[in-house]
Design a protein around this ligand. Structure first.
Ligand code: UD1
Length: 361
């Protein structure tokens, strides 16, 4: 049995990780600021058997106290809206990077065996592509929607492995990369084991439905539940990798213990890709609202990439990671959960906030 601290532990992913750890007999403490944008007026129920400490990651005394008696840390605390990060810059850098710095500083005085930090696919920017000659290349030139190679020829997206060079296209991505590097760097220097999981698009029950800045499935669900059409950016053919939150929780459990994982980064995705229009269709079907067709806005969000999906062979080989939830089953489960929720639909307002600042075009 281990004593595990989960920062951001009351959030969507944190609650799933906590439940899985409690179920296997670990002692779990959650550290969370319970911010209103994520948690709404009522706090989400904290998993039975876990202890909750309410606090801000930027508060050194609270963070140090939360580490008392802890053997391992799962660091999830972060602001997570890519679009919002482009105009609430101070808030994102403070919560994500100063927050991680405070944690690292506290860990020097109270070291733990291992820290597993949630990094993000956002650090890749565009995923990898294959050009017309079969070479694996980075996208160099924007086309109307799909990127082109240097000669203006079309490129085909391929799974992205961990060794793709980072391309930090948003403030959010920049802060996530700093979280990842700070953790690996400081842990390495002080005899602790740092591991970073680069999460792809996580979905599932418990997702924040009223936060219009994160998670296209939750955003579309909030629209559909309010009888409105999902707003699909670009032409809807942008591809992502959707991974069920229970598989992500399993990845964190594996990363806490896998021998040889210290200092490593791992992609955590399903290894499959699908486009956003298909996702909108699958969700409409699952919530029985096929009468509401998605609305193609033809607009592009600033900082958005076209395609990125995971090559998960490293996590499979070294963490024994094996995603179990097929997309259709995951969306059906999400739909069942959604029927019991009421979601405030903030997508229109989020779009207006971005538009007012010239961040969608
Ligand atoms: C981003 C981050 C990812 C982060 C995730 C959740 C990048 C490359 N990735 O993923 O690390 O974990 O946010 O914060 O920055 N879309 C619509 N209509 C909407 C909302 C979204 O069409 O109302 C489209 C977007 O344009 C995008 C796709 O759906 O093409 C997915 O968007 P989203 O769920 O926000 O996540 P990402 O941008 O992929």
């Amino acid at each position: 049995m281990a004593n595990i601290l989960i920062t951001g532990g009351a959030g969507f992913i944190g609650r799933h990780v906590a439940r899985a750890l409690v179920a296997r007999g670990d002692s779990v403490r959650l550290f969370d600021a319970l911010i209103a944008q994520v948690h709404g007026a009522r706090a989400n129920s904290i998993p039975a058997g876990a202890e909750l400490v309410v606090g801000d990651m930027r508060d050194p005394a609270r963070v140090a106290a939360a580490l008392d008696g802890v053997d391992q840390v799962v660091h999830l605390a972060a602001e997570v809206g890519v679009g919002q990060s482009m105009y609430e810059i101070e808030r994102y850098v403070a919560a994500n990077d100063l927050g991680t710095a405070v944690l690292m500083q506290a860990l020097i005085a109270r070291p733990v065996r291992r820290v597993v930090v949630a990094s993000s696919m956002s650090i890749y920017g565009e995923g990898l592509y294959r050009d017309a000659d079969g070479r694996i290349v980075e996208a160099t030139r924007p086309g109307r929607w799909d990127p082109l190679d240097e000669s203006g020829r079309p490129l085909a997206p391929v799974p992205t492995p961990e060794d793709k060079r980072p391309s930090l296209a948003s403030v959010y991505a920049l802060t996530k990369y700093a979280q990842e590097r700070l953790t690996l760097n400081v842990c390495g220097a002080y005899g602790m084991e740092g591991v970073a999981l680069r999460l792809f698009n996580v979905y599932g029950p418990g997702q924040a439905l009223s936060n219009p800045y994160t998670g296209v499935l939750a955003i579309f669900a909030a629209r559909l539940l309010n009888g409105r059409a999902p707003l699909v950016f670009e032409d809807g053919r942008q591809r992502r990798d959707f991974i069920h939150v229970s598989d992500v929780a399993a990845a964190f459990l594996a990363a806490l213990d896998a021998p040889g994982a210290a200092g490593q980064v791992y992609n955590i995705g399903s290894g499959e890709s699908r486009d956003i229009l298909d996702v909108a269709g699958a969700l409409a079907q699952a919530v029985d609202r096929l009468d509401i067709a998605p609305e193609l806005t033809g607009q592009r969000r600033a900082g958005d990439i076209r395609h990125c999906f995971a090559d998960i062979s490293k996590a499979r080989a070294e963490l024994g990671f094996a995603p179990k939830t097929a997309f259709a089953a995951g969306v059906a489960e999400l739909a069942a959960w959604l029927r019991e929720q009421s979601a405030e639909d903030g997508a229109e307002q989020a779009r207006r906030e971005l538009q007012a600042r010239g961040l969608v075009a």
